[in-house]
Structure formats: structure tokens, C-alpha cells
Write a protein that binds this ligand. Structure first.
Ligand code: PGA
Length: 253
């Protein structure tokens, strides 16, 4: 059975105490309301909050992700944070290749592949982001762009490894802009991603891989997006910073 996920990417927002409160509110909602068994909720705070937030959630239906990790495993890399350090906080997932990391920090598909491998080596879940910019969509190369990101960032993985990856399709033109992809645009790209996973691997892997949509997802549009056959939930930025909004999105399941 495919896992459906609502993941909140807090980006560079909240203090440790604000983040802990936010995580507690989300965790209480999940504990008090029986969510379907195939639904998971993920919160992704900044590194500084990981341990505190991880001890504020149940770790089962609500889990914690970091927003990035190093390509390196340990040693003299000032300012870097390794996957094993992230694991030691109690976090069990890592967002890899968010468009802000690709754009502002020039992360390449090759580096992202290394990060994905590092995350999998610690038995954690990589949430691998892909998505085209507006000019690419307007010039009709969006499928090509996403395919290249997925091929280079993921398709070196074995069948055993790819099974544990979550893919997030986030059209860059929809991130933080208030312009959401239509349900048809999201479904079309998600079906394409599932098809290339099927062509590369097999039916079982393609049918079971979770593919999230991200970009201006909010309580008012979440249901319409998540109702599509190939959309298994969302990676949420802005609307994950207020418990009420994020819970509104979780309710779409
Ligand atoms: P947004 O961000 O929901 O604020 O558009 C999504 C993301 O960056 O993951």
C-alpha cells in the first residue's frame, strides 16, 4: 500500500520554542483524531530544532525530517551537518534537493544523488524534490527537466533503495507564489514520474512509491490536489507554519 504524506517544510522559520509548540499542536491533532493508517505526517524544522521537535512527536505517525544534509559523512567540513548527526537527533527523514537549495546553493543532481545515498545508508527516508521553473514550463521542456532531475538524482539506486524514497514534485513557479498547479497539471506530471519509475524499475515499485505535490498547497486546495490518482499528498511550505492551516491540509486525507 502506498503511504500518503503531509510534510511541512518550515524552511528558515521559527525559534526552537515556537517550533516545539507547533510540532506539539500537530502531534496532538494526530493523536486525538484517528487518521487512516496509510497516512503519515512529517515536520521538517531547521537543524537546531530537530532533537527537541523529535522528542515532541510520537515518532510513528508523526515523524521528523531535516531540510538538507551534507554530501560528506564526517570530518573537517565546517558548518556541515551529516546524516548520522541528523539520525542521532531522532529525525528519520531528510528533504533533498529542494529548489531553494538547487537555486541558491547551486546543488547539482550529482551531489543530490550522493546525499540520497547517504540518507538511505542510515536507513532513513530521502524526500527527493524535483520541478521545473516557469520558463521551462512555458517552453514545454518541463517533462524533460523533471526526468533529468530524477534520472540523475535517483536512477543509480538499486530496487531495494528506491523503494524507500519519497519523491516531491514542486514546480518552482508555484513555490511561495500563491500560484498553485491545477489538479490536472499536478496529476499529469505525477503520472509521468510514476511512468518513468515503472520503466526504470518495475510495477510494484512504481505503484508503491509516494509522490508528493508541493507549491502553494493550502487547506482550500489540498483535497482537490490529493484526490488525483497519482498525487499521494503534499510538501507544504508557508501553510505548514500555522498549526491550524497544516491540520486543515492533513484533514484533506
Ligand atoms: P509553499 O512551499 O507551500 O510555501 O509554496 C512549498 C515548498 O517549498 O516546499
Amino acid at each position: 500500500m502506498r503511504t500518503r504524506i503531509a510534510a511541512g517544510n518550515w524552511k528558515m522559520n521559527t525559534s526552537v520554542s515556537e517550533g516545539t509548540e507547533l510540532a506539539k499542536s500537530i502531534n496532538s491533532f494526530v493523536s486525538e483524531n484517528k487518521l487512516p493508517e496509510d497516512v503519515k505526517v512529517i515536520v521538517a524544522p531547521p537543524f537546531t530544532h530537530l532533537e527537541k521537535v523529535a522528542s515532541s512527536v510520537n515518532g510513528n505517525q508523526v515523524i521528523v525530517a531535516a531540510q538538507n544534509c551534507s554530501t560528506e559523512l564526517s570530518g573537517a567540513f565546517t558548518g556541515e551537518v551529516s546524516v548520522s548527526m541528523i539520525k542521532s537527533t531522532g529525525a528519520t527523514a531528510v528533504i533533498i534537493g529542494h529548489s531553494e537549495r538547487r537555486t541558491y546553493f547551486h546543488e547539482t543532481n550529482q551531489q543530490l544523488y550522493t546525499k540520497v545515498k547517504n540518507v538511505l545508508a542510515e536507513n532513513m527516508i530521502p524526500i527527493y524534490c524535483c520541478g521545473e521553473v516557469l520558463e521551462e514550463r512555458n517552453s514545454g521542456v518541463h517533462f524533460y527537466v523533471v526526468e533529468k532531475q530524477i534520472k540523475e538524482g535517483l536512477f543509480g539506486l538499486s530496487e531495494n533503495d528506491i523503494k524507500n524514497v519519497v519523491i516531491a514534485y514542486e514546480p518552482v513557479w508555484a513555490i511561495g507564489t500563491g500560484v498553485v498547479a491545477t489538479a490536472d497539471q499536478a496529476q499529469e506530471m505525477h503520472a509521468f514520474i510514476r511512468k518513468i519509475v515503472r520503466d526504470k524499475y518495475n510495477n510494484e515499485i512504481a505503484d508503491n512509491i509516494t509522490i508528493l505535490y508541493g507549491g502553494s498547497c493550502k487547506p482550500s486546495n489540498a483535497k482537490e490536489l490529493f484526490d488525483n490518482a497519482d498525487v499521494d499528498g503534499g510538501l507544504i511550505g508557508g501553510a505548514s507554519l500555522k498549526a491550524e492551516d497544516f491540520i486543515g491540509i492533513i484533514k484533506a486525507f
